[in-house]
Design a binder for this molecule. Structure first.
Ligand code: ZN
Ligand code: CU
Length: 479
């Protein structure tokens, strides 16, 4: 080091993101890079932090988000920054803010990201340019959504796309990839895409293949037909020659509890022949549009927001139904457009899936919900504090790897996700003894405990329990 580094954090437990054992040492930062690592001895930083008893890790990468619009309208991104998240992958589940020309209220679940057609970006490059012009506190890397493509290209969504429509979607997707999208997301579970046959997705995924992108998918079925849906996902990956990411893997509904032993074995077999990865969030409840109450076989449903009856947010669907004197079906109809939380997973499956070595962590948080699922604020500290430290599901090093090095590799994020000299200084300083989520189903919007300092591109964005106001985030284009 010739010039003194701007910052040295000393005596930290360095958890480098590779999954390897942590070591005690120092880390130096200048500009946006890590410039020193290990025992930095007598080197003096302009600013020095003593981190004895604390851990330093690469900033966490939230691989499954719906933050497309939140980045623009709430750029401090407190729900994410407060957890140590420094990069989000947007545009999941087939739903992306770009590319889509539309007006009026888009069909669910596109309305989860933006309720107003005017808020979508017709051009993917313009969306990324908007992120450049008004940067957020954190980095974003962005997928183009199949449902968004369909809404623009098709006059009715309840049928397969014609070859002409596929050609239009493919051209739009190619433009998005050229602008820097990292791939295609699908949500075959959802109404705008359920009528799409496997071949339609293969044709589109080929456009991504040419550009070196990936395909992430909220599969057609995560319950009774989860095994068939996994096969469909592998087929798409093989036929199109693209890596696939199974989003928020789960075995939904009581009848499917315990099946993750089989689904993970199925995934493991496929991984012998093709690139397959997966993500999960650390909760037994999911959250999406309330209309899904019809399909998910949930034991309990909480309303997260309702356009028709805003006062329903935060209440149990059965209580609302009782008050309204309606059955559950009719109550859902009366509340729509609306969102819900669905208790429909087995804790043993959640643990088995989280512990699988190929599983990355993704929150699937819904930032615009009135009464959001606590995963929005709690996912990463919950994995570190609850599942790694308290339950002992895996080591701290493995937990960090699932949120840093592993996703950086799977999503092709260059120079991120690891502590290394020359890597970008996306960093989180936390207390491994106290880190924990505090967001609950009753009080969902609570920052975690134990996340002490968060840096993005070498700039501090979170310190002492609050945003600093800095917005050094970048829109990361596919390399
Ligand atoms: Zn999804
Ligand atoms: Cu999602």
């Amino acid at each position: 080091m010739i010039n003194p580094p701007e910052l040295i954090i000393r005596n930290a437990r360095l958890v480098d993101g590779t999954g390897g054992p942590s070591v005690r040492g120092d880390i130096a930062v200048t500009d946006d890079r890590i410039v020193g690592l290990g025992d930095l001895g007598r080197a003096e930083g302009t600013v020095e932090i003593d981190a004895i008893g604390k851990a330093v890790a690469p900033g966490f990468i939230d691989v499954h988000t719906h933050d497309d619009r939140a980045l623009l309208i709430d750029p401090l991104m407190a729900p994410k920054v407060s957890q140590g998240v420094t990069t989000v992958v947007t545009g999941n589940c087939g739903v992306s803010l770009a590319p889509l020309h539309t007006s009026g209220r888009p069909p669910a679940p596109l309305d989860l990201v933006c309720p107003d057609g005017e808020g979508f970006f017709g051009d993917f490059g313009n969306y990324l340019a908007a992120l450049d012009a008004e940067p957020a506190a954190i980095n974003a890397t962005c997928l183009a959504g199949h449902a968004s493509l369909r809404v623009e290209a098709m006059d009715s969504l309840d049928r397969p796309a014609t070859s002409g429509e596929i050609a239009v979607m493919r051209q739009r997707l190619e433009q998005a990839m050229e602008a820097g999208a990292i791939g295609l997301s699908t949500g075959l579970f959802y109404a705008p895409a359920t009528a799409a046959p496997t071949e339609e997705i293969i044709e589109l995924a080929k456009a991504v293949q040419g550009a070196g992108g990936i395909h992430t998918t909220h599969m057609r079925d995560e319950g009774d037909y989860v095994s068939e849906s996994l096969e469909e996902t592998f087929t798409i990956g093989r036929e199109a020659g693209v890596p696939v990411v199974i989003s928020h893997h789960k075995c939904a509904g009581h009848a499917n509890f315990g099946r993750s032993t089989d689904t993970l074995a199925q995934i493991e077999r496929a991984r012998q022949h093709q690139p397959v990865s997966l993500d999960a969030y650390p909760y037994v409840a999911s959250s999406t549009t309330l209309a899904s109450a019809r399909h998910l076989g949930a034991s309990r449903v909480l309303v997260t927001w309702s356009e028709a009856r805003p006062e329903a947010a935060g209440r149990d669907l059965t209580d609302i139904a009782a008050d309204m004197g309606l059955d559950l079906e009719a109550t859902v109809d009366a509340l729509m457009p609306a969102g819900g939380i669905f208790f429909m997973m087995d804790e043993a499956d959640v643990r088995r899936i989280l512990a699988y070595p190929g599983t990355m962590i993704g929150s699937d948080g819904l930032p615009h919900d009135e009464f959001p699922h606590p995963r929005l604020w709690g996912t990463f500290p919950r994995v570190l504090g609850h599942y790694a430290r308290d339950v002992g599901l895996f080591s701290l090093e493995e937990a960090v790897h699932k949120m840093t090095g592993l996703p950086a590799r799977n999503f092709g994020l260059v120079d991120r996700g690891v502590l290394d000299v020359g890597a970008v200084a996306d960093l989180v300083l936390f207390d491994p003894e106290t880190v924990i989520d505090t967001a609950t189903f009753e009080r969902p919007a609570q920052p975690a405990t134990g996340i002490e300092l968060v840096m993005v591109n070498g700039r501090t964005v979170w310190r002492d329990g609050a945003s600093t106001g800095a917005r050094p985030g970048r829109a990361l284009r596919r390399a």
